[in-house]
Each structure stands twice: as structure tokens, then as C-alpha cells.
Design a binder for this molecule. Structure first.
Ligand SMILES: Cc1cc2nc3c(=O)[nH]c(=O)nc-3n(C[C@H](O)[C@H](O)[C@H](O)COP(=O)(O)O)c2cc1C
Length: 253
């Protein structure tokens, strides 16, 4: 038997080293949505270039690469974006009842003006014409592709020590107007980017008592929607891994 061929066929033959894997999981588990800890320190172009390039290497339906990256540095533009946020944020507060409204009003949900850089990631739904490999039936796949770019940028930024905060509390038309985005282009994410004083150990909405992190065993089904697998060995692994992720973030805090 050709053992080297077997080794090559084993998935772990292509795995990263333990150190590299640890680094990837560290970026994933310690990434946070950042709103309030931005430092004014400028983000060097070479760092910005690396995280934008990471975003551009995201998967995309039919390799459509529907994204653009609008880099916002002008204080005037940031103020216009912030005004669009403030209008929607005031409306949003009215959508929650009782205690939830009071809690919502106390949450800081953006760092638009304080962060040194804003990046709006968009989706051009017509970029490669009307028929796209993989988007023939589920038409939202192009939007999801731009979201993949957001996540790549977010994780790369965490590895670079940069905080990222996603702001979505806008009327879409107001955000488009603030940034001069034409009607045919969909804004996917307005991201506040910058160095930070610290990263929180857990989501701020969790700390604020808004919502807890859900247990994995309630989210994983087997073979049919809703079918849980208490006896499945995978469930025990998931419970152990979720507990380890929780302990890891406490160790980071
Ligand atoms: C699509 C999307 C939109 C979001 N919009 C906002 C937002 O407008 N303001 C905000 O403070 N956080 C926003 N967030 C961040 C979430 O609140 C955050 O990811 C979640 O609470 C978990 O926290 P973590 O990212 O620190 O793990 C958004 C996240 C996503 C994925």
C-alpha cells in the first residue's frame, strides 16, 4: 500500500499546524463587535490593505465578487452617516416595549464618528449579468457573498488588533444618500474600524442581559428539521467545545 498516498488522502494531511489552528480559533472566539473602545490612532494603509484583501478573497456565488469597499475617512461624511443612524435609532427605540426600550436606549450601538475609518461593503447584484452560476434559483446568494466578505474582513481585523463594529440601524436610502451610493448598488454593511483600548470578553448584548448565547445542542438537528440527537456522540463534543470556548474567553478577559 502506498502510505504516502493514504496520508495525502487523509483530511488531516492538509490541516494547519496546531499553532496556526489555535490562531484561527483565537481570532474567531475573540472577535467582538466594537462600538465604544475606539482609539484615534490612524490605521496604516498597509494594514487596511491586508484586511481589504482578506475581504476580497471571500467566497462568492459564481465567483461573482459583487462587492465594493467604500473607505470613509472624511469627518463630514462620517457626520452624515451618523445623522442617518441617529434618525433610525430614535425610531428603533419606539419599536421596543417597556424595560426593553429603556435598555435599548442605554445601549451604544455604533462608533461612526470615533472610529478612524469607516468601510461600507456593498453588493452589485448586476455585476456579472442576470444569470449567475449558483444564483439561478435562490436570488439572495449574491447578498450572502458580500456578507462573507464582511466576515473575512472582521476576522482579519481581529488578528491585526483592529476592532470592527457593524452598524445596520439606517434607512437604506439614507445610508445610500450619505455615501453617494447609486440606487442599483445594495449597501450590505457599514463597518466602523480602528484600534481599540480593549476587546470585551463576551458580546456586549450578552453582558447587558439582552440575550444569552444559545446552547449548541438546541441548534443542531439530525437528518430532519427539528430532530434532536441526545444520544449522538457529536452532541457531547459540541457541549465540551462550547464550554471550552466559554472558558477560553474568560481566560482572555
Ligand atoms: C448583520 C449584523 C448587523 C449588526 N448591526 C449592528 C448594529 O447596528 N449595531 C450594533 O451595535 N451591533 C450590530 N451588530 C453586532 C451584533 O450586535 C453582535 O455581533 C452580537 O451582539 C454578538 O456580539 P459579538 O459580535 O461581539 O460576538 C450587527 C451584527 C450583524 C451580523
Amino acid at each position: 500500500m502506498n502510505t504516502s498516498a493514504v496520508a495525502q488522502a487523509t483530511p488531516s494531511a492538509h490541516a494547519f499546524t496546531q499553532e496556526a489552528r489555535d490562531a484561527i480559533y483565537h481570532a474567531i472566539f475573540s472577535r467582538r463587535d466594537v462600538r465604544g473602545q475606539f482609539l484615534p490612532t490612524p490605521v496604516p494603509d498597509e494594514v487596511l490593505s491586508r484586511i481589504l484583501t482578506a475581504a476580497h478573497h471571500a467566497p462568492s456565488v459564481g465567483f461573482m465578487q459583487p462587492w465594493n469597499f467604500l473607505v470613509v475617512r472624511s469627518p463630514d461624511t462620517k457626520r452624515r452617516v451618523h445623522a442617518a443612524f441617529a434618525k433610525a435609532h430614535a425610531e428603533a427605540a419606539g419599536m421596543f416595549e417597556g424595560d426593553k426600550r429603556a435598555t435599548y436606549q442605554k445601549l451604544k450601538l455604533e462608533g461612526i464618528v470615533e472610529s478612524p475609518v469607516g468601510i461600507c461593503i456593498t453588493c452589485d447584484r448586476e455585476r456579472t449579468g442576470p444569470v449567475v452560476v449558483g444564483r439561478t434559483h435562490m436570488k439572495t446568494m449574491d447578498l450572502y457573498s458580500s456578507v462573507c466578505a464582511v466576515q473575512n474582513l472582521w476576522l482579519a481585523a481581529r488578528a491585526e488588533g483592529l476592532g470592527v463594529g457593524w452598524v445596520s440601524i439606517f434607512h437604506q436610502a439614507d445610508l445610500q444618500e450619505a455615501l453617494g451610493i447609486p440606487k442599483g448598488i445594495t449597501p450590505i454593511a457599514y463597518l466602523c474600524v480602528g484600534y481599540v483600548s480593549h476587546f470585551h470578553a463576551k458580546p456586549e448584548l450578552e453582558t447587558a442581559g439582552w440575550l444569552p448565547r444559545l446552547p449548541m445542542e438546541d441548534l443542531v438537528y439530525f437528518d430532519q428539521w427539528g430532530q434532536q440527537g441526545d444520544q449522538q456522540p457529536l452532541i457531547a463534543h459540541l457541549q465540551r467545545d462550547q464550554a471550552a470556548a466559554q472558558r477560553g474567553r474568560e481566560a482572555i478577559a
